[in-house]
Design a protein around this ligand. Structure first.
Ligand SMILES: Cc1cc2nc3c(=O)[nH]c(=O)nc-3n(C[C@H](O)[C@H](O)[C@H](O)COP(=O)(O)OP(=O)(O)OC[C@H]3O[C@@H](n4cnc5c(N)ncnc54)[C@H](O)[C@@H]3O)c2cc1C
Length: 257
């Protein structure tokens, strides 16, 4: 998101608002720990930092937001940043119906399950996706809260329920890590695919293809692919509101002398 905003500042702002120098827009990324994209490899983290610095994003590492009053952000290092725009991206929090014993709720409001996705302490409640924390010896923090986990667990649980009905035995859930991709900007992305860790144009191309293929329906894929291609070459965004400074029109005096 910081990368997208930086590209907006670099390419769109000067076109839409030529009267404003783009230097008036500052983008800060405040990260509480010492690296970006900590769930990815060290290479992906350092490359992301490099890309964002190239795009002139001010990255503050080991710093967290301690207060925001609508006009100034205060960090735990007492840094003050004046801004009316703050986007919080500090993680997702699970939502589930009341009634579940709090002792089965772990960090991030996730439900602790066994390796068959059954919520601890219950025999008839399963949890999948972001809400599930499958805590085992191999996965002490649960699986990553990403789409792949949710898809694989959904498929697995569908089969498990059928097997339970048929009174057949079930195997525990096994997560297949298909790798991680993250995009920072145009031609700037990072990829961790097992042993292969790479960054740059090819990672960005791969990210685009994977996301295009994930869109449902051929027509939608075609339309999105076409729109991306147009944006790639023109840096144009189709819908946007451009507001200029109000300049009153000079009054026309029709009175004849
Ligand atoms: C900004 C953002 C970017 C992300 N980017 C990526 C990415 O690039 N790649 C990736 O793999 N993952 C990404 N994720 C994570 C991914 O979206 C989730 O891991 C995935 O959607 C989890 O699927 P889920 O079915 O568990 O939950 P969800 O997709 O959140 O589905 C839960 C559904 O339950 C509904 N719901 C909630 N409460 C109730 C209720 N009481 N009754 C009925 N329905 C209810 C919600 O409305 C929602 O539709 C991103 C997440 C966010 C927030």
């Amino acid at each position: 998101m910081a990368g997208a905003l930086a590209e907006f500042r670099k390419y769109i702002l000067p076109k839409d608002y030529p009267e404003y120098p783009s230097s008036i827009m500052n983008i800060y990324l405040i990260e509480a720990i010492d690296e970006l994209l900590s769930t990815m490899s060290d290479k992906a983290s350092s490359k992301t930092l490099e890309y964002l610095k190239d795009l002139e994003v001010k990255v503050l590492l080991n710093e967290s937001v301690s207060n925001y009053d609508g006009s100034q952000v205060v960090t735990n290092c007492d840094k003050i940043i004046l801004t009316k725009n703050l986007t919080r991206t500090a993680g997702v929090k699970g939502q589930f119906p009341k009634g579940i014993d709090k002792k089965h709720v772990v960090k991030g409001n996730r439900l602790k399950t066994d390796s068959f996705l059954m919520v601890e302490g219950y025999k008839n409640i399963f949890a999948i996706g972001d809400i599930a924390a499958v805590i085992t010896e191999e996965t002490p923090k649960g699986h990553p809260q990403v789409a792949q986990t949710a898809i694989q667990q959904g498929k697995y649980l569908g089969n498990v329920l059928l097997k339970i009905i048929k009174d057949e035995g079930v195997n525990p859930f096994e997560y297949k890590d298909k790798g991680s991709l993250a995009t920072v900007g145009k031609r700037k992305a990072v990829a961790d695919l097992g042993k292969f860790k790479f960054a740059g144009y090819f990672a960005w191309l791969l990210w685009s293809v994977v996301h295009l293929l994930s869109i449902s329906g051929f027509r939608n894929r075609l339309m999105v692919g076409f729109n991306w291609a147009v944006s790639y070459f023109t840096y144009e965004k189709s819908n946007r509101l451009i507001i200029r400074n109000f300049k009153p029109k000079p009054s026309v005096n029709n009175t004849k002398k």
